[in-house]
Design a protein around this ligand. Structure first.
Ligand code: F0G
Length: 467
């Protein structure tokens, strides 16, 4: 088995071994993939099942390393298990399940509608999948200092994985001042990372990290690192495993830095190449309206992957105009408040490979959708709910059909951003607000109040045919 890093642009052809920390092609400046030599995958799904049902240790338990034949870069080392990194096998314990109320809300048959709750990861977001792989690579490289820019979840996850290395790994995170949800900031502080709050937003922080990373020889943990995306491929493996390795019609995912969109496209393409699935599901990437670079680049600028012949001048022109207009990302979905997604080119590739679509949803649509996920007894953070609002929109547009099999990815936990949730429910003009009931400390008054206020879960007005 051979693993290499390779430029994503086919005509460039740059390739090197995995003992490298570069995140950009030295020849043409584009993004890099981790690529593998051909494998016989005929027994893989049986092997994964066996490990799931009868795990022999934490790497069989891990929802990432259980699939290690599909991200085999560490297996090329002399002693693979000594380099694998895991939070005691707890990352990636997620699978697709049905949520009836959400299915009704988006307008898809409840038997065909699934959500995968990546908020169930140890640090409360999908990032733990990617960190398991990226920390493994950092360890192969002998690094002991890691860095990232973050809207909060990458930093929380990186800080936790560093802490788990018991003093052997130093974490430095860059965040925009007041740009990250409090739950996420709390995590990074508690896990003992050095938190650098800069005056600016994620895009500013990302720029600084790319500059400082080179100078200080820090290992970069953002999704521009191709090894992180190898870990995020496993989100798709668990979806498919949950569906008996039958491809759904749609995968719907929020788009911020476009790491997931990129990783999902690669995962599905590789699975088809290996003969594990027959076709690639369509991928819908959902931006927030206030941070909709990908939507604009695809739908307004008409930029395509075009088999690697991307119109980079058009993208540059788009960014130049954005700078001239001093346009900053602005959305309540703070996790995806990003105007310069680092994985844009890979995500264009995903759209082509999967015959995918890109849409944007408003903050209001995202928060209403989030409230419905909560009604179903789960909950997610605002950015995650863009996937739900996006499905709803695509159903209304007639692009997603009612009877198609749809899987939405809920990327982060409800408790990451309690402020957004409370503000929503305190404001009665919000569609699914659940206003706290203020009552005198008096039994009679309390009884009256309970009679007067109906239980919010009975409000099913979103089912009305007038929509
Ligand atoms: N959802 C959540 C909860 C996120 O934290 C992020 C990204 C996304 C969606 C977007 O995913 O970047 O793969 O398109 N959060 C990053 C961070 C940027 O720093 O935590 P993407």
């Amino acid at each position: 088995m051979k693993a290499n890093i390779k430029c994503i642009i086919p005509k460039c052809g740059f390739e090197d071994n995995i003992h490298s920390e570069i995140t950009k092609c030295p020849k043409c400046g584009n993004l890099l993939d981790v690529v593998y030599s051909n494998q016989d995958a005929s027994s893989f799904t049986e092997l994964f099942k066996l490990r799931k049902n009868n795990p022999q240790g934490i790497f069989d338990k891990s929802g990432v390393w259980r699939f290690r034949e599909l991200l085999p870069f560490p297996l090329t080392e002399d002693n693979p298990f000594s380099v694998l990194v895991s939070l005691d096998g707890k990352e990636g314990q997620t699978f697709p399940f049905r949520l009836t109320e959400v299915a009704k809300y988006v307008g898809v048959d409840k038997d065909n509608f699934y959500l995968q709750f990546e908020g169930d990861n140890p640090t409360g977001s999908f990032k733990d999948n990617g960190m398991a792989a990226a920390f493994t690579h950092a360890k192969i490289m002998g690094k002991n200092k890691v860095v990232c820019a973050s809207t909060g979840n990458t930093s929380a996850s990186m800080a936790a994985f560093s802490a788990n290395e018991l003093g052997k790994m130093d974490a430095i995170v860059f965040v925009g001042n007041e740009k990250i949800a409090i739950g996420k900031l709390a995590q990074s502080l508690e896990y003992g990372a050095r938190v650098i709050q800069i005056n600016g937003d994620f895009d500013d922080a990302m720029k600084k990290v790319l500059e400082i990373g080179k100078e200080e020889s820090l290992y970069l943990m953002n999704s521009v690192n191709p090894f992180r995306l190898e870990g995020q491929k496993t989100i798709m493996y668990r979806v498919l495993e949950g569906l008996g390795w039958r491809a759904p019609d749609w995968i719907v995912v929020p788009g911020g830095n476009l790491g997931n969109s990129s990783a999902f496209g690669k995962a599905l393409y590789e699975l088809r190449e290996l003969g594990i699935i027959e076709r690639i599901p369509r991928i819908a990437v959902i931006n927030a309206e206030g941070a909709n670079t990908f939507d604009r680049i695809v739908n307004k600028e008409g930029v395509k992957w075009n088999n690697g012949n991307v119109d980079f001048e058009r993208i540059e022109g788009f960014y130049r105009k954005m700078d001239e207009e001093n346009r900053k990302a602005k959305t309540i979905c703070s996790a995806i408040e990003i105007n310069r997604p680092v994985n844009l080119t890979k995500a264009l590739r995903t759209i082509e490979w999967s015959n995918g679509v890109v849409r944007s949803v408003s903050d209001e649509e995202a928060l209403d959708a989030k409230a419905i996920v909560g009604r179903n007894g789960f909950g997610c953070e605002p950015a995650s709910a863009t996937a739900i609002a996006g499905i709803r929109r695509l159903v209304k547009e007639g692009i997603i059909k009612k009877d198609e099999v749809v899987v939405g990815i809920l990327t982060g936990h409800q408790l990451k951003d309690p402020v957004a949730t409370i503000n929503y429910h305190k404001n009665k003009s919000n569609r699914f607000a659940n206003i706290p009931i203020e009552v005198e400390n008096d039994l009679e008054e309390i009884k009256k109040a309970i009679k007067k206020h109906k239980a919010p879960s009975k409000k099913t007005e979103y089912l009305s045919s007038s929509e």
